[in-house]
Design a protein around this ligand. Structure first.
Ligand code: CTP
Length: 395
């Protein structure tokens, strides 16, 4: 139907980019990007006469997003060529043809279009040997300044390479390495880099991409003084395997693990650059400190128990917890989660107020100590009926 609307307004209409790539790879993709040779606003307006969509215009990019009631979104762009007044900032755009539009894209695998107008419905536009690259599994930039104009493509190249098990083509790899070493990543806003990092973390196997980033010396430019050694990789592996919720933000945990031994100035740098919370250095400090204590306990031959976690952790911040969990093997991690589940669920019936009223205690540290002992005993299986006896024995 997009093609019918295109023909009605006399615009050659194409679906482009990732959608075409994934169609040819037989992979699902619900991100539909449309390019028209004409005014995207007029297209969207006409489309909205037939379908109930909300249109949001992004004037500077000559793009209109159409939101359907069921959550589907289709972006319609006027075919454009982008030119950059300065490298690494967002481009200025100029109306153009589909061919030039495709040429300015990141990699050949993302630079194909399929025509949607009825007359030529389904026609694949492949000007640059893109389909061949896709079949061979090659990531290739289309023009030499690609990484200069948009250094986030350095991260995108790695992401696509690892996602599809492709290979970055030699010349592209040379350019990539050159631009990494010439500090092009430093020219991009922290937010754009953070977005790309988050996309990498969302991949089914982020560790592969992280290893490749390290091999290509990307991390030293993202997080100065980061260390990606075996221990960090082991922690990341555990974290990604066990991660079940988006809270805490995975990008914080990634950075905590890679920067666990970094000096304060590097932590200040990432806080400013990526908008991390001010507490970030504090999380690392606490997490490292507790992890070391746990490690020493295990090394001294002592078993990790609910009691160990109780005294070391209390109720840790989620960021600190995720880090600590990543330092533990599967068995210890299970015990930790058992502890967390119990501390949430099991509360003593006797509280501070009762200790004062019924047991005649005075407010102060003694009460806190008793409540702590009681809480621990409860975690370890003390029944509610036994609480009173337990407290009397303590007194
Ligand atoms: N694109 C580009 N340069 C970028 C980002 C995007 O040329 N830095 C182009 C590519 O043609 C890409 C399209 O815009 O296919 C859409 O980008 P995006 O939605 O970010 O990526 P997808 O290719 O759809 O990949 P994914 O499957 O990760 O969503």
């Amino acid at each position: 139907f997009l093609g019918i609307v295109g023909s009605e307004v006399n615009m050659p209409t194409y679906v482009v980019g990732g959608f075409v790539r994934d169609l040819l790879l037989d992979r699902k993709n619900y991100d539909i990007d449309i390019v028209v040779e004409g005014d995207a606003r007029v297209f969207a307006k006409t489309f909205s006469r037939y379908f109930e969509v909300t249109c949001v215009e992004h004037k500077e990019f000559l793009t209109t997003s159409m939101f359907f009631r069921n959550g589907l979104r289709i972006d319609v762009a006027t075919a454009r060529t982008e030119y950059y007044e300065e490298p690494a900032v967002l481009p200025n755009v100029e109306v153009s043809t589909i061919k030039k539009d495709l040429y300015r894209r990141d990699f050949s695998i993302n630079a194909m279009a399929i025509k949607l107008n009825q007359e030529e419905f389904g026609l694949l536009l492949d000007f640059f040997g893109c389909k061949n690259d896709l079949e061979k599994g090659i990531i290739r930039t289309l023009y030499p300044l690609s990484f200069v104009e948009d250094p986030t493509r350095i991260l995108r190249a790695i992401r696509f390479e690892q996602r599809f098990n492709f290979k970055i083509e030699n010349r592209t790899l040379e350019l990539l390495k050159k631009h990494v070493s010439q500090n092009y990543l430093e020219r991009v806003t922290g937010q754009r880099l953070r977005d790309e990092l988050e996309k990498i973390i969302e991949e089914p196997d982020p560790l592969k991409a992280i290893k490749r980033m390290e091999e290509l010396r990307v991390f030293e430019h993202l997080f100065p003084d980061s260390v990606v050694d075996d221990e960090a990789l082991r922690m990341l592996d555990r974290y990604f395997r066990r991660k079940k919720s988006a809270k805490p933000k995975p990008v914080y945990i990634l950075a905590m693990i890679l920067l666990k031994n970094a000096p304060e100035r590097s932590l200040d740098y990432v806080i400013k650059r990526y908008g991390f919370p001010r507490k970030f250095p504090d999380w690392i400090k606490r997490a490292v400190n507790i992890s070391e204590k746990l490690k020493r306990t295990v090394q001294s031959g002592e078993q990790l128990t609910l009691r160990t976690f109780f005294y070391l952790l209390k109720k840790p911040e989620p960021e600190v917890l995720s880090f600590i969990d990543a330092t533990l093997d599967d068995k210890a991690s299970k015990l930790l989660h058992d502890y967390l589940e119990r501390i949430e669920r099991i509360k003593p019936r006797i509280n501070g107020k009762l200790l004062i009223e019924k047991f005649g205690l005075k407010e102060g540290p003694e009460i806190r100590k008793i409540l702590e002992e009681l809480q621990l005993a409860k975690l370890e299986g003390l029944h509610t009926e036994e609480e009173e006896k337990f407290v009397k024995e303590l007194l």
